[in-house]
Ligand binder design. Structure first.
Ligand SMILES: Cc1cc2nc3c(=O)[nH]c(=O)nc-3n(C[C@H](O)[C@H](O)[C@H](O)COP(=O)(O)OP(=O)(O)OC[C@H]3O[C@@H](n4cnc5c(N)ncnc54)[C@H](O)[C@@H]3O)c2cc1C
Length: 565
């Protein structure tokens, strides 16, 4: 058994920021499926929001305006107190990153450069060309090393230890050896990222499977607002690698097969820079109504920006387009289609990252505070990881310090360890069943088809039935490779169980919510319905499946109004 006062699960931007904060006060270790800098945060391209007012046309920006854009972008489902904290604390967190060494792109005067992003009243997205996540991740990792945070890479958390209404630690598998070990702790902070890979056509990394959400859910924690899945308007046709919103922020056009900038019909003022839910639906509609190319994609045209600007501001995008689509955006338009991108919902927690369970905290994309509501604005997610990551780290450290000397016994930890070991032994011995990869592939395809950008009751009810069938098949799943060392077959099989449960929560919430709001668009209920549905979905695990209840949205100063762009 390994002991640390605080264990952070996840080495992405949220996990690192939590660890930096908690590690300054208590003995903290971080475990992560991959080396921290290989987390999905490193793939973030476009930037991170703060109302610094550095850009031309941005001088009048302020945090209230950023908060309002966030709330309006969320289709009024964000808790407004959370959106206020996110935006008010943004400048301080950005300057902190700058002082730690993040090489942001600069204005002529030498200030942090900012570009326009979707749904934003001012250009407020701070960036480092189109590699913002990469540079922030490296800087945060340096800061973690400097603070001597113990990092355990290539460990996969599989279960939480719960005893007497408190979290006592986490059980994890060391991938490189196959060893299953208990990490006992006074506080556990989940920072495991989103659940994107439950869908096909996703911009997310392969490891973004919602495993932290599943672990919390299986330990009795509710998941909140899971039906809200963001589809990014511009993923590269063929691979669904992301083409940053920064490409539109720099002035890119989206055009259909008639050469029309069709956003004119959907968001006449904001055009390509309307929020993602609106642009993604517009593109999907054009494709479905026959105005796309090959019934599958439309064009993102950057040619008018000119070679110099593309090379300076979007060099990574150019490389991606050339390597994966054989298209040089300096010369040709980029084929793009919407792709699953972000999980607005997550583990229910407050602004300090506290969950219902004492000693369990959550931060980053796996958490739902909720500042993004039904639709997140681009550039607000990286911001969430540092604002709420810092807060969760602070709170967790405070919690640990408050209970010093009152360490619990080892009984529950050892019991949880044996349970996980037994489960793995069972999988290793299983014979004659079905390989789990087919189950995963069918889940992804079905979620994209039936619970995607456009939704309706019949298809979603079918989806729910299919998930139950897939869960049944999963009970007889079998491994192909049974060795101990780096057994990814085992890892993928283990995580699939949680993916199916999280998928079930997404579908159940989506069927129940009979309205259209933000990313959740119902063909059978096309309007937003504030009277009945201005509320959060809370899903709890029961043996029969998720049990749903609802909670009021916190409104501080912005009354819900019609959302026009
Ligand atoms: C391609 C792309 C581009 C993006 N661009 C932007 C952008 O420009 N601006 C913006 O604001 N947002 C952007 N986003 C969204 C943003 O990057 C993410 O929401 C954010 O980085 C999530 O950070 P995180 O730390 O919560 O999760 P992640 O970075 O996904 O990290 C999760 C961590 O958890 C670990 N982990 C997961 N499961 C387990 C387990 N069971 N056991 C142990 N460890 C585990 C992983 O190893 C990883 O270290 C983008 C997203 C994508 C996919």
């Amino acid at each position: 058994m390994i002991y640390h006062q605080a264990i952070v699960v996840g080495g992405g931007m949220a996990g690192l920021r939590v660890a930096i904060e908690a590690g300054a006060q208590v003995d903290t270790a971080l475990i992560s499926l991959v080396h921290p800098v290989r987390s999905h945060s490193g793939a973030a391209q476009g930037g991170i929001n703060a109302s610094l007012g550095n850009a031309e046309g941005g001088k009048d920006d302020n945090w209230e305006s950023h908060a309002f854009d966030t709330v309006k972008g969320s289709d009024y489902l964000a808790d407004q107190n959370a959106a206020e904290i996110l935006t008010k604390e943004a400048p301080e967190r950005i300057f902190e990153l700058e002082h730690w060494g993040v090489p942001f792109s600069r204005t002529e005067e030498g200030k942090i450069a900012q570009r326009p992003f979707g749904g934003a009243g001012f250009p407020r997205t701070c960036y480092a060309a189109d590699k913002t996540g990469h540079v922030i991740m490296h800087t945060l990792f340096e800061q973690a090393v400097k603070r001597k945070i113990k990092v355990c890479p290539e460990w996969m958390a599989l279960a939480l230890v719960v005893e007497d209404g408190a979290c006592r630690g986490v059980i994890a598998l060391e991938l490189i050896t196959g060893r299953v070990e208990a990490f006992k702790a006074e506080a556990v902070i989940l920072a495991t990222g989103g659940a994107g890979r439950i869908y096909g056509h996703s911009t997310n990394g392969m490891i973004v499977t919602g495993s932290g959400m599943a672990i919390a859910y299986q330990a009795g924690m509710p998941l909140k607002d899971m039906e809200f899945i963001q589809f990014h308007p511009t993923s590269l046709y063929g691979t669904n690698i992301l083409v940053t919103e920064g490409a539109r922020g720099e002035g890119g056009y989206i055009v259909n097969n008639r050469g029309e900038r069709f956003m004119q019909r959907y968001a006449p003022q904001a055009m390509e820079l309307a929020p993602r839910d609106i642009v993604a639906r517009a593109i999907q509609t054009e494709i479905e109504e026959g105005r796309g190319f090959e019934d599958a994609y439309v064009h993102l045209d950057l040619r008018h920006l000119g070679r110099e600007r593309i090379l300076e501001r979007l060099p990574g995008i150019r490389d991606i387009c050339m390597d994966f689509a054989g298209v040089d955006p300096i010369e040709k338009p980029i084929p793009i289609q919407p792709g699953q991108h972000y999980t607005m919902g997550g583990i229910d927690c407050n602004e300090a990252g506290e969950t219902e369970l004492r000693g369990l905290f959550a931060a980053g994309e796996c958490a739902c505070v909720t500042a993004h509501g039904a639709n997140r604005l681009g550039g607000n997610s990286l911001l969430e990881t540092v604002v709420f990551g810092k807060r969760a780290g602070e709170k967790a450290a405070q919690f640990v310090r408050g209970k010093e000397g009152a360490q619990a016994g080892d009984g529950a930890v050892l019991e949880a360890l044996e349970k996980v070991r037994g489960k793995i032994a069972g999988l290793m011995e299983a014979e004659g069943g079905e390989n789990h990869s087919a189950i995963r592939a069918q889940m992804k395809e079905m979620m994209t088809e039936k619970v995607g950008i456009f939704r309706e009751e019949k298809a979603m009810t079918q989806a729910l039935g299919r998930i139950k069938e897939l869960q049944e098949r999963y009970r007889r799943a079998q491994l192909t490779y049974k060795g101990n060392k780096f057994n990814l077959d085992l890892a993928r099989c283990l995580e699939l169980e949680g993916m199916l449960e999280v998928a079930e929560v997404i579908v159940s919430g989506a069927i129940a919510r009979r309205e259209s709001r933000g990313s959740h668009y119902r063909l059978d209920y096309r309007e937003r319905d504030d009277e009945n549905w201005l509320k959060h979905t809370i899903a709890r695990r029961t043996p029969q499946g998720p049990q749903l209840s609802y909670r009021d949205v916190v409104i501080t100063r912005w009354k819900p109004e019609a959302r026009k762009y």
